[in-house]
Design a binder for this molecule. Sequence first.
Ligand SMILES: Nc1ncnc2c1ncn2[C@@H]1O[C@H](COP(=O)(O)OP(=O)(O)OP(=O)(O)O)[C@@H](O)[C@H]1O
Ligand SMILES: [Mg+2]
Length: 255
Amino acid sequence: MTEAQLKAAIPLLEARELTVRFGGLTAVDAVSARLYAGELVGIIGPNGAGKTTFFNAISGVVAPTSGKLLVQGAVDLTGRGPHRYAAHGIARTFQTPRVMAELTLADNVRFGMQFAGRHRTPVAGLRTEGDILAMLGLSGLADRLAADVTPSQQRLLEIGMALGTRPRVLLLDEVAAGLTESEVDAMARRIRALRDDHGLTVVWIEHAVTTLLRYVERVLVLHQGRKIADGTPAEVVRNAEVVEAYLGDEMEAAA
Ligand SMILES: Nc1ncnc2c1ncn2[C@@H]1O[C@H](COP(=O)(O)OP(=O)(O)OP(=O)(O)O)[C@@H](O)[C@H]1O
Ligand SMILES: [Mg+2]
């Protein structure tokens, strides 16, 4: 194997048997997953399946009860805080947007830029807050306060704050929730562009399953904390356990 092939074969991020317990509840149950550079991966599953908790555990927001989180097969970040994750290029959005209402959109993105420290390599084509706001269609609103833009613009801004940290891996938690159908499609195209045009590895949690499955090339399915499937959209929609646990209802709701 050449060095380039070897490097490509080492996952950018690897969860090994990650478990998160809250008292008697096992929110994430021994989940293993590998994320390779340049992938666009979806995570789906019913409410309470453990999707957000899995993100929390792979971004330093909660410490796993057991298991490991490795960056590029070597750096063990298990139990470290969000700044360490950010410094290693892992950025995420929150299911409930956490923008700073009293700051302008440009300052919110600059806050993200400071969060990860100075040592990160800029994301291709997204070096400045102006680049980031333009990519998100928010250029005209740079000097507005975050409090004064719409909820869907705040969702985009949260992605902007995450991009400000100059990530390699971007974890998106229901960034399309509450958007209209055409806004959901626009969001999906933007997410695809973050990977295609800016080289990011993207993991995307969303309940809008039919849209998500059209855009990702691999999808993980969580159910009651366990990973019950991991494959291409075509494989996952044919998986009987997945249809039983989740997709039956979601596909009917979408039809
Ligand atoms: N901080 C916490 N303390 C106690 N229980 C929690 C905590 N966070 C999550 N849980 C529980 O863990 C389980 C998984 O929740 P999680 O939010 O990860 O699910 P989810 O798949 O993201 O659901 P949704 O699709 O509704 O966002 C749920 O039963 C939830 O109530
Ligand atoms: Mg969630």
